[in-house]
Design a protein around this ligand. Structure first.
Ligand code: ARG
Length: 371
């Protein structure tokens, strides 16, 4: 057993270099928030979550925490330092001069809120009202890193106003139907408007000098433009996955495993015209194996494709959810050592193994993979 790093250094440039320090979320006090425009557009039409809100049942919170704690201790045993957020009271309403919603969301998953690029951790604008204050769960850690690492850059993107002008009312009907949703997604017509920059951190993938950002429900073009101006030394690429009727958060859709290899959700293939940089540089984009389940667990926002929401520990080692046997088998064939992690009962809290973590330190420097 390797001793986890004690010195605090914030540094992570991609999704695969050896992971040494990470944040793992907590399920404490997680809520199903009341209706609001962006969230409603995302809750699947046949979901058991429609029309209800409030604190999640305590036994599901306890079970999710048990799994997250086990995941954290497994990582620690492998020499990864693990930090945890300090939950705020998520039952409190979120109120600003521009909006009011009766409750918040939780401190899962951290990947949605925090984007680490080199020595910087950037708090995303977020796009749901119930998640506007979510960064507060991570502020104690940000303060600690700021005190301990003289090079740490703590940044926060401009807080959006999230008035009704941020959302297209067309998306707010109960039953839009999948065909209509796919047609709109193909036209890049999403629930969020271009009123102001919006992005969730989980729409961004880091490939050294290149940032790949999904344009969809939670990230608009202005948000991507904001990221472009904020990271002037990076190339920022906009991607779309037209096969996804609920396009939020890129990490159950497009999953880089190591330099040269990316898994792509076969129902949400990257369009041909967006593949050039990968093709030109000899990167392979392979279809991910199918999920082992036909439906998500109860009260879950995500699809069954959390199967491909894996956490890469280093370019040869990957954490895969224990029940996702097809995904594990594919990893094995791709030459990766698979670490099985039981997490399915925590999926309802916002996602899988990649979602429920946020990078603090991965070895390595900023490389140019697409010269
Ligand atoms: N949109 C994805 C799906 O349902 C889920 C992505 C979850 N990712 C996250 N970072 N919360 O397939």
């Amino acid at each position: 057993m390797e001793a986890p790093m004690t010195k605090t250094i914030v540094n992570s440039w991609n999704e695969w270099d050896p992971l040494k320090h990470v944040i793992v979320g907590r399920a404490d006090d997680c809520h199903i928030p009341p209706e609001e425009p962006a969230l409603d557009a995302k809750v699947p039409e046949d979901s058991d979550m429609r029309g209800q809100w409030g604190r999640r049942p305590q036994e599901t919170i306890d079970r999710a925490n048990e799994l997250l704690d086990n995941f954290a201790s497994m990582l620690e045993k492998r020499g990864v330092r693990v930090d945890r957020p300090t939950p705020i009271d998520h039952s409190l309403p979120a109120t600003t001069p521009d909006f009011h919603t009766e409750s918040q969301f939780g401190c899962m998953p951290p990947r949605d809120v925090l984007l680490t690029v080199g020595s910087e951790m950037l708090e995303a604008t977020m796009s749901y009202r119930c998640r506007w204050f979510e960064y507060l769960n991570y502020r104690p850690l940000m303060q600690q890193y700021f005190n301990e690492d003289p090079n740490f850059r703590h940044e926060s993107a401009p807080k959006p106003r999230l008035t009704d002008a941020d959302y297209h009312p067309d998306y707010l009907s109960e039953k839009i139907g999948e065909a209509k949703r796919l047609e709109w997604a193909a036209k890049k017509f999403f629930v969020t408007t271009e009123e102001e920059p919006l992005f969730d951190a989980a729409d961004v993938l880091r490939f050294g000098r290149d940032l790949v950002v999904q344009h969809g429900f939670t990230t608009n073009l202005k948000g991507i433009e904001w990221l472009r101006r904020h990271f002037p030394d990076h190339r920022v690429h906009t991607v779309n996955f037209p096969g996804d009727p609920y396009p939020i958060h890129i990490d159950a859709t497009f999953t880089p495993l190591r330099p040269g290899l990316i898994l792509n959700n076969p129902h949400r293939r990257l369009p041909e015209e967006q593949r050039k940089m990968y093709n030109d540089n000899g990167w392979e984009i392979v279809d991910a194996a199918g999920p082992a389940h036909n439906s998500p667990p109860p009260l879950c926002y995500s699809s069954t494709w959390l199967s491909m929401n894996v956490l890469v520990l280093d370019p040869k080692t990957v954490c895969v959810e224990k029940s996702e046997v097809y995904q594990a088998e594919q990893m094995d064939k791709l030459g990766m050592e698979v670490v099985e992690v039981d997490l399915r009962d925590a999926y309802a809290f916002g996602g899988g193994l990649h979602c429920c973590t946020a990078d603090v330190y991965r070895e390595g420097v900023c490389e140019d993979y697409f010269p």
